[in-house]
Design a protein around this ligand. Sequence first.
Ligand code: SAH
Length: 299
Amino acid sequence: MDTGKSVRGSKKDIGHMKPLELFKELEKKFREAGIESPRSLLFHLFRDLLEIPENKILLNEEIYISPTESEKLASAVERLLAGEPLDYVIGWKKFLNIYLKVDRRVLIPRPETEELVEKVIKDCHKKCCFFADIGTGSGAIALVIAKTVPDSIVYATDVSKEALELAIENARINGIKNVRFLWGEYLLPIQAMLDKIEVIISNPPYIKSNLISNLEIQVRKYEPLVALDGGSDGMDFYREFLKQLPSGKKVYLEIADYTAESLEELVKQHRKDYHLCIERDMYGFRRYAILTPVALVSR
Ligand code: SAH
């Protein structure tokens, strides 16, 4: 059957089709538009948007693409060509053991942050009861912890109301009920619960303001600035956070490699009650700042 519908910008009608031809045509178009790794991007798109796996494309087995799917593909191709990140175009992202809906209201969760969450879960032996995730965005950190440690209560905060709306939707989609969402800055929304909260996690904005314009277009044009901009030295969030942090908590922060020294200095000067340990990510960058109450370290 020929539906008469076509992928916009392509003269190919699609209905029953051999996918390799369409794939190659789009690959050429993406390459000409200067898009990096167009093949893997397209395999991903075909798999997640149309449920056509890589082997079906490569074997060039005849498949059927409905008019609706054809429209979906056309609009996705347009958005990708304009520079929008694939994860926003697909509309969801896998993060450890959950699937998150993502759109321009929130930062796309990164693999480095998965590593941060794994550290938290490993250290708490699935026992800790009260956590806080400051700047929850899509809800990534809070929701994985809440799902993995089901007896816990996780307070998830954000300064962005629209991010919180999406995080709440993600909790519902994943059937996770032990997260409490709160709006506000830094530790202010959890003041009343701070005594019982044992572990605080945050992946805050930490990019130096003058570096934002150097970021790739997908990030700088599409991801929320409030999720990225850490002020002139990338340290704005950490400075205020450390002022508000009470003693006696275990804290896990994601950082930029270039903020590691400033953070060490800040903790040395102002938080003698905490011991700071900086750890590297899978790429070898200093990425995690782990604060432990001094009393617990010297025991
Ligand atoms: N935790 C998510 C999102 C990180 S992006 C993840 O790891 O993928 C940082 C988030 O912090 C954004 O959603 C932003 O809105 C929020 N944020 C920025 N400044 C904040 C502040 N002062 N207090 C609370 N949240 C803040």
